[in-house]
Design a protein around this ligand. Structure first.
Ligand code: GDP
Ligand code: MG
Length: 284
């Protein structure tokens, strides 16, 4: 989960998994000293989908782009993603063929966009581009309750146009192997992206029922109501319709690109070493 500080990243994670993984002040327990998310750290959580238990690791990142000098502020995030690839490759090279390898690779990066209604900041474009080279990037409009429905639609169109213009390759990708059904599903997702989301850690009562929501000056936003925001779409996308494809795309596209680069570098350095050894032997 990546984005500026204060855009509701921690809140949305907690809304998604309906448990207080990380409170919005960055604490794990109520009596802990208040801190901001200052380091990248994964939190493990088990959810049950259609009777199947899933272990999800969620990685909250400290806000980037908040400093006066934002040069290379994305480096720690990119490094974290590459480190997971690197760890997986090491295990793959040493593990026995049929042994299960613990997968800590990042399968999806939720990218939080400030709901300004205007467009992406130059730094967002830069970071999104860097990220999309190494991970499946799924942009979301943060705190979308601050925009009207018309403003959201316009904002979405602008962001999609900016992404296209800047050559940012967003997930889902097209693939020749996909069936008609998968193509249609992806087409629908592309019309939804960026998901306009609202998060909340509080329950409110609507028609006598407890729901996750936010009270504002216009009334109550029900996070789970599809006519209020696209939180439910995002949740279905992440935990049902695209769960498997996010994992496969990571393995087949992002990890594969990393892996072949690393193996090539390894081969080059070992052939260089061989040449040096041969040259040294010839001198003797
Ligand atoms: P983070 O720094 O990105 O992790 O942001 P937090 O999750 O800590 O949230 C920052 C503040 O924004 C908190 O006061 C939240 O209650 C509030 N907030 C979070 N999500 C939303 C939202 O969808 N809509 C509105 N209006 N406020 C939100
Ligand atoms: Mg946070």
């Amino acid at each position: 989960v990546v984005g500026q500080t204060g855009l509701g990243k921690s809140t949305l994670i907690n809304t998604l998994f309906a448990a207080h993984l990380i409170d919005t002040k960055g604490r794990f327990a109520a009596d802990e000293v208040v801190r901001q998310t200052t380091e990248i750290h994964p939190v493990s959580h088990v959810i049950v989908e259609n009777g199947v238990k899933l272990r999800l690791n969620i990685v909250d990142t400290p806000g980037y782009g908040d400093q006066v000098n934002n040069e290379n502020c994305w480096d720690p995030i990119i490094k974290y993603i590459k480190d997971q690839h690197s760890a997986y490759l090491r295990k793959e090279l040493t593990a026995m063929r049929d042994r299960y390898i613990v997968d800590t690779r990042i399968h999806c990066c939720l990218f939080f966009i400030n709901p300004t209604g205007h467009g992406l900041r130059p730094i967002d474009v830069t970071v999104m581009k860097k990220l999309s080279d190494v991970v499946n990037v799924v942009p979301v409009i943060a705190k979308s309750d601050s925009l009207t429905m018309d403003e959201r639609d316009l904002f979405k169109e602008r962001i999609r146009a900016e992404m296209l213009y800047n050559n940012i390759r967003a997930y889902p990708f097209d693939n020749d192997d996909y069936e008609e059904e998968e193509r249609e599903l992806n087409e629908r997702i592309r019309t939804l992206i960026p998901f306009a989301v609202v998060g909340s850690e509080k329950s409110v009562v609507i028609d006598g029922k407890q729901v996750r929501g936010r009270k504002n000056r216009y009334g109550v936003v029900n996070v789970e109501n599809e006519s209020h925001c696209e939180f439910v779409h995002l949740r279905n996308f992440l935990t049902r319709t695209h769960l498997q494809d996010l994992i496969e795309t990571t393995a087949q596209i992002h990890y594969e690109a990393f892996r072949s680069k690393q193996l090539l570098a390894l081969k080059e350095s070992s052939s260089k070493q061989q040449q040096q050894q041969q040259a040294a032997a010839a001198q003797h």
